[in-house]
Ligand binder design. Structure first.
Ligand SMILES: [Zn+2]
Length: 315
């Protein structure tokens, strides 16, 4: 491809919802551009000043990350109440991290992020964790036909821990180290997912009732505790996995099966292993992506919207 051809390459329609790196750099070339963006979102012209209450224009104060009211010179800080506040990492690096997270298909590891953005592993880890807190959302209870299922994630024991133990001991050991994830999925719709300590009736009833409206029809496999979950819902249909009848008319749990399969793949691919402690945080990110898979709005802008939403919630 010649240089001229390269320059004239047009974006395909499929990538419209994703921001290119060039677009990112054009929009946010400096820290100031990022700060101005936050200011425009939170203190657009005509916003009543928090002090004198007059609809004001806020002007940038040179050398500070603050803006000043045109009437009373009261200072406002666009990063106050956001994940960027009091961070020693520059605002542009934060925006870049959000860009990288939103443009990767199945997430990014702290190691990768650190390398790309040029911060230590520890800083990258903290940034990822904080950005993921923005992705946790309460989408409200699911309804209609809803699949319920659980799965075991992670926890491969190290070779040094398993030397000389029998296969059945190993099975017990590796199962004990795995984390249980429970999820509910509307047919072709939204998913909610949570780490649960055990897949017993107490936990399954509690999470099902939290995630799903009572007037829904639930679809599960033959795990016995679901018999106790069923009375809380309009109806219950089971798939007989043991008999290999996966799709008994419309009673399958295949939506969740593909959700779990992709989730595990992405944990393995981008993260190698996620400790139980951070799995919920990562699950929130993954669910967020999944629930937006048919959404045209770029995840990058959605995450920045969240910065604003969480600030409003905090004040
Ligand atoms: Zn004022």
């Amino acid at each position: 491809m010649s240089a001229r051809q390269r320059e004239s390459v047009e974006r395909t329609p499929a990538s419209d919802s994703r921001m290119t790196f060039t677009e990112f750099m054009r929009r946010f070339p400096t820290n100031d551009a990022c700060l101005d963006y936050l200011k425009e979102k939170h203190f657009p012209n005509g916003t009543p000043c928090p002090k004198c209450a007059k609809p004001s224009r806020f002007h940038r104060i040179k050398g500070r990350s603050a803006y000043s009211c045109q009437y009373c010179a009261h200072h406002v800080y666009p990063t106050a109440g956001t994940i960027f506040h009091k961070s020693t990492t520059s605002l542009q690096l934060w925006f870049w991290a959000i860009y990288l997270i939103s443009s990767s298909k199945c997430g990014i590891s702290a190691k990768q992020l650190g390398r790309e953005v040029g911060v230590t592993y520890k800083t990258a880890h903290r940034m990822l964790k904080q950005i993921r807190t923005l992705l946790a959302e309460d989408i409200g209870p699911l309804s209609g036909d809803v699949e319920l299922d659980e799965t075991f994630v992670g926890g491969k024991p190290r070779a040094s821990h398993t030397r000389g133990i029998t296969r059945s001991e190993l099975a017990k050991h590796s199962l004990a180290k795995k984390t249980i994830v429970f999820a509910a999925a509307e047919r072709n719709g939204r998913v909610r997912a949570s780490v649960v300590p055990r897949r017993d009736k107490v936990n399954l009833i509690a999470k099902s009732r939290e995630f799903v409206l009572p007037e829904s029809m639930i679809f599960t496999d033959e795990w016995p505790p679901y018999e106790q979950v069923a009375p809380y819902f309009k109806g219950h249909r089971r798939v007989k996995h043991k008999q290999r009848i996966y799709v008994q008319a419309d009673a399958g749990t295949q939506n969740l099966e593909s959700f779990f399969a992709l989730f595990k793949n992405s944990v393995r691919g981008a993260h190698h292993n996620v400790s139980a402690k951070y799995l919920q945080n990562y699950l929130d990110e993954y669910t967020y992506r999944w629930n937006r898979r048919k959404d045209d709005r770029s995840i990058f802008w959605s995450i920045l919207d969240r910065v604003e939403r969480d600030r409003l919630a905090a004040t």
